[in-house]
Design a binder for this molecule. Structure first.
Ligand code: PEP
Ligand code: MN
Length: 365
């Protein structure tokens, strides 16, 4: 479905055209002292937008669920004493009213909330009549339409200063990251809504303070607009997300180590090797996504053939595919022999996929 959003740039005075836009601060506001010490450390290291969770969505009850509105007074103090802008997560209409009452400059909607259209609508209604910038995290499940739906809900309520936060997606299997990045999703979001800024959250993607540097660089190489990074005066003592937080000094090292490249992506000789590689990465994510979809369809075909007693290998169809792809390859200026080789491998894998599904189905009989 076509998505038409009426957007305005997020204009925080003094930060126009800043790339990356950096938001940093603790996962949670814990005590006034922890908030102030962390904020001072960050301000001294050049950070301009402070984050702190005031209401925390925790997976299991009984964990620290945030200090609540009391913490908003600490954010006011951060603003007054350091000059930083302050931001926090809102998940209910009450959070929105409280955050606005205490002068929070920028809000974000958390990944669990984005997954719930009722909650997003409640927030949108509570925001009506304000002009506050709102960043929307991707939903925990990899559903681009649901993410776009959240932007539409806020936009229909008159909120125009919108941005996206890519924080990765939940998976059951364990990987080296806490959340699967699935870069093809924010890349597709950018393709669909090019004027929407995208901020990467390497803290929640990786879940590991040692992987934040590389993930931040990858986000910059994919040309995203900003970074939101969790920083705590003493990460080991943090009441939530201790493993992924970095000290303000460590954050400065990470940011200083980033190579920020321009977006001259027109194949001109001035493009650096890294820029060209970034482009290749993007295209590869799209290719992989398409391959994954293709294999899913092979599975469905395997199921169909099983149910209808048809053999897996259908030579005529295979010939047709090869001839058609050879022709298309020539027209696209590709070497047809290379493309045929690729299709032979794809076909082999597709046959194996169909075989597996048929074996599984016959076991069940
Ligand atoms: C957070 O940023 O503090 C947070 C809770 O993140 P997410 O919604 O991405 O899990
Ligand atoms: Mn966190």
């Amino acid at each position: 479905m076509e998505s038409k959003l009426e957007l305005e740039p997020i204009t925080l005075p003094g930060l126009e055209n800043t790339r990356p836009l950096v938001i940093a601060g603790p996962c949670s506001a814990e005590t006034e002292e922890q908030v102030m010490n962390t904020a001072r450390g960050l301000a001294e290291n050049g950070i301009k937008i402070f984050r702190a969770g005031i209401w925390k969505p925790r997976t299991r009850p009984g964990a620290f669920e945030g200090v609540g509105s009391e913490g908003l007074v600490w954010l006011q103090r951060v603003k007054k004493e350091t000059g930083m802008y302050v931001s926090t997560e809102v998940a209910t209409a009450h959070h929105v009213h409280e955050a606005i009452k205490y002068g929070v400059d920028l809000l974000w909607i958390g990944a669990r909330t984005t997954a719930n259209p009722f909650a997003v609508q409640e927030i949108a209604d509570a925001l009506r009549g304000t002009n506050i910038p709102v960043l929307i995290k991707n939903p925990v499940n990899p559903d681009l339409e649901l993410w776009i739906g959240a932007f539409e809900r806020l936009n229909r309520a008159g909120i125009k200063k919108l941005g996206a936060i890519h924080r990765g997606f939940s998976t059951y299997e364990k990987t080296k990251y806490r959340n699967h990045p699935m870069f093809q999703i924010p890349i597709e979001l950018h393709r669909r809504i090019p004027e929407l800024p995208i901020i990467t959250d390497p803290s929640h993607i990786t879940g590991d303070c040692n992987l934040i540097q590389d993930m931040s660089q990858e986000a910059m190489d994919l040309n995203f607009d900003g970074l939101i990074i969790e920083s705590h005066e003493c990460p080991a003592q943090a009441w939530s997300d201790a493993k992924q937080q970095v000290t303000p000094a460590h954050l400065k090292m990470i940011l200083d180590g980033l190579v920020i490249r321009s977006h001259a992506l027109d194949g001109t000789p001035s493009q650096t090797l890294e820029e060209l590689r970034g482009e290749i990465d993007k295209l590869d994510y799209t290719l992989l996504d398409a391959l994954a979809k293709r294999m899913k369809i092979s599975e469905a075909i395997g199921r169909y053939k099983f149910e209808h007693g048809i053999t897996i290998l259908q030579e005529r169809r295979y010939d047709e595919v090869l001839n058609n792809r050879r022709e298309k390859a020539e027209k696209a200026g590709l070497n047809p022999e290379f493309v045929v080789k690729v299709y032979e491998d794809i076909h082999e894998e597709s046959i194996a996929t169909q075989n597996n599904i048929m074996k599984e189905l016959s076991k069940k009989q």
